[in-house]
Design a protein around this ligand. Structure first.
Ligand code: HEM
Ligand SMILES: *[C@@H]1O[C@H](CO)[C@@H](O)[C@H](O)[C@H]1NC(C)=O
Length: 478
């Protein structure tokens, strides 16, 4: 009940904030003459509020597709207009629409995040960058995750997973899987990707920020956003020290000797390509981008494995064979992870059914003509994973769990859990390795079962298992 009240209150506050900030904008817009052009069909709902309440209601039950998107597709077609959180928004569905809007990033649309997210991630994070500046930052992230980088990454991830099991699983008979994978993902991003040692309290500091990312941007003492801003200041202090220490190291080193992501960012800083704030903002962003997404993906794979014993035995078989080819305690190699083909099919099929990110918002930077409709400049566009992931055209019998469908080639832009175009997930390779290596150790070292086999999933607005997905587990006797 208290949760219910908190939810209603935060919703009202956010609506109020949005109402005032957009009122002037909308008045300007309606006076412009866009009526002659053909807007997509759909209902704009109440003034300002639009259909936000219906959207939130569906989202909270994790029924965004079933209760919000699908009924509107049935009524209006794959492209429809609505009004969400004060902004006129066109929801687009289907592979052609995904291709059009995702690949025209920077040309027709730019990504568009809520004000709280931008304030907490910082103006200098990759998600706020466009054009050349965006390309430069992506280059730094991408080189850390290039093929050469991945060779080194695999043993490091193995090490982190093993340590995690020793520290958090050993001697336990139940564990909150979602919590556990968050702790693990955090240390993988920090230690394996960035090369920063995790110290006690760090995870909590970052989670303090993440809690405010989708909250109403109200700076009242005690509000979620206010607490998150405070946490962000603490992180800045901590990271600035880390960066300055790293800077000394990098400057004292011979050129060309580049290490992990933090070293690369700092090297770019030394060369004068990026600023200290940019380094800090991007570290915060990477944690945000990796945290809930990877953990949710792992949780859903485990849920699916628990419900599909045949898939589980086939997956287990794959890992037992790999394990049997290694000496005890030996690290996996990139080559070994390439043998985890079925595991990756299972993971993709789980992300098809339960995408960690259901889609994301763009803003039209020009008037866009698409499929005979006009999307006026300034309107938002929401592309969705649901529009293709649950479409029989691409995935026959879409609601059934069928990992082998990934043996066939999937048409481009039909399977989009990682997005597409210039903003396609920059951490895709890391996410993949994190998921499959975690599963390798989990299934070969433990017997486990879900405590709540039918645990509901809710969204806030990122999806999570309602009880944190507790599992019963015991070490395998080998
Ligand atoms: C299963 C896990 C993950 C999923 C499903 C996922 C999904 C996505 C999606 C859909 C986007 C595009 C958003 C948009 O178009 O607006 C994205 C962007 C991004 N992701 Fe991931 N992600 C995952 C894990 C990670 C990890 C582990 C990292 C890095 C440590 C990461 C870093 C990023 C970054 C930096 C961007 C922004 C790219 C840009 O703006 O150019 N992600 N992710
Ligand atoms: C596995 O990899 C980690 C991290 O690179 C390394 O510290 C450890 O010594 C390796 N273990 C073995 C047995 O080679």
């Amino acid at each position: 009940m208290a949760m219910e009240m908190g939810y209603v209150l935060s919703l009202l506050l956010s609506l109020l904030a949005i109402l005032f900030s957009t009122m002037s904008l909308i008045q300007k817009k309606s006076s412009k003459n866009i009526n002659k052009k053909k807007l997509p069909p759909g209902e704009m709902g109440l003034p300002w509020i639009g259909e936000t309440l219906a959207f939130y209601r569906a989202q909270r039950k994790n029924q965004l597709f079933e209760e919000f998107v699908q009924p509107r597709i049935t009524k209006h077609g794959n492209i429809f207009k609505t009004r969400l959180m004060g902004s006129p928004t066109v929801v687009v569905n289907g592979a052609a629409a995904n291709r059009f809007f995702l690949s025209n990033e920077f040309k027709l649309v730019v990504s568009s995040w809520p004000s709280a997210s931008v304030q907490l991630m910082g103006m200098n994070s990759i998600m706020e960058k466009q054009g050349d500046q965006h390309r430069c930052l992506r280059g730094v992230v991408a080189t850390s995750l290039s093929t050469a980088g991945l060779e080194d990454l695999v043993p490091k991830i193995c090490n982190s997973v093993k340590l995690h099991f020793d520290r958090h699983w050993q001697g336990q008979d139940t564990i909150n899987l979602f919590r556990s994978t968050k702790i693990l993902t955090f240390s993988i991003v920090f230690e394996c990707l960035m090369g920063i040692e995790v110290e006690p309290g760090m995870l909590e500091m970052f989670e303090g920020v993440l809690e405010g990312v989708f909250a109403p941007p109200i700076k009242l003492p005690g509000s979620r956003f206010w607490r998150a801003k405070k946490a962000r200041l603490e992180i800045e202090k901590m990271l600035v020290n880390v960066v300055r220490k790293k800077r000394k190291e990098v400057e004292g080193r011979l050129e060309g000797e580049e290490g992990m992501l933090l070293s690369r960012l700092v090297a770019a800083l030394v060369r004068g390509e990026i600023s200290e704030e940019e380094v800090v903002d991007n570290v915060v962003l990477l944690v945000f981008a990796a945290h809930d997404t990877t953990s949710f993906a792992i949780a859903m794979v485990c849920k699916m494995l628990a419900h599909h014993p045949n898939c589980y035995s086939r997956l287990l078989q794959e890992h037992v064979e790999i394990k049997d080819s290694k000496r005890p305690g030996e690290n996996l190699t990139l080559e070994d992870t390439k043998k985890m083909k079925y595991t990756w099919q299972v993971a993709r099929e789980s992300m098809r059914l339960f995408p960690p990110i259901f889609g994301s918002f763009r803003k039209a930077i020009v008037n866009i003509e698409y499929e005979g409709f006009t999307i006026p400049k300034g309107w938002k566009v929401l592309w969705t994973t649901y529009g293709t992931h649950y479409d029989t055209q691409y995935f026959p019998d879409p609601m059934s769990f069928e990992p082998s469908r990934f043996e066939e080639n999937i048409p481009p832009y039909a399977f989009v859990p990682f997005g597409g175009g210039p903003r396609i997930c920059a951490g895709y390779q890391l996410a993949k390795l994190n998921i499959i290596i975690f599963l390798h150790f989990m299934v070969t070292c433990y017997d486990w079962s879900l405590i709540y086999p039918n645990e509901p999933i809710t969204m806030d607005p990122l999806p999570f298992p309602f009880h944190g997905m507790p599992i019963k587990m015991s070490p395998k006797l080998l």
